[in-house]
Design a protein around this ligand. Structure first.
Ligand code: FES
Length: 154
């Protein structure tokens, strides 16, 4: 009772879970689909660690209900690299520029960074910093993250 069948298209594959309608997209990914790349930093929209793309736009998956994400294309950090293991250019740029220290915020940073370039907000360092301001990094790797994004935008 109170459990719904929810179909989610994640990284190109449709997967079905049985969960209560109140389950967030973040919990659906992590707890039901074992996609633990997206992190739960705060669970209330303040840190960006849970950032994923929904129909190409970034969202905080902790603020999104799984049931509302049906019929949409969800992309997580697990879906960025090619199947042969070749990294997405943004992942490669983060590695090159040491855009992380402990790494906990990195999946969210990278998803936000991908959206930054895709949506045309990487025109300058200031613009990148503004766009990325919702993704917190306790290690304060911000300068390196910004450098990685400016390089990856090509
Ligand atoms: Fe979603 Fe912090 S876990 S914004």
């Amino acid at each position: 009772e109170g459990v719904s069948t929810i179909s989610l298209k994640v990284n190109g594959t449709v997967r079905t879970i049985r969960a209560e309608p109140r389950v967030t997209l973040l919990d659906a990914l992590r707890e039901y689909l074992d996609l633990t790349g997206s992190k739960k930093g705060c669970d209330h929209g303040q840190c960006g660690a849970c950032t994923v793309l929904v129909d190409g736009r970034r969202v905080n998956s902790c603020l999104t209900l799984a049931i509302m994400s049906q019929g949409k294309e969800i992309t997580t950090i697990e879906g960025l690299a090619k199947e042969n293991g070749e990294l997405h250019p943004m992942q490669a740029a983060f590695l090159k520029h040491d855009g992380f220290q402990c790494g906990y915020c990195t999946p969210g940073q990278i998803m936000s960074a991908v959206a930054c370039v895709k949506e045309g907000h990487a025109g300058s360092e200031a613009e990148v910093r503004e766009w990325m301001s919702g993704n917190l990094c306790r290690c304060s790797a911000y300068p390196n993250i910004t450098a990685a994004i400016l390089e990856a935008k090509g």
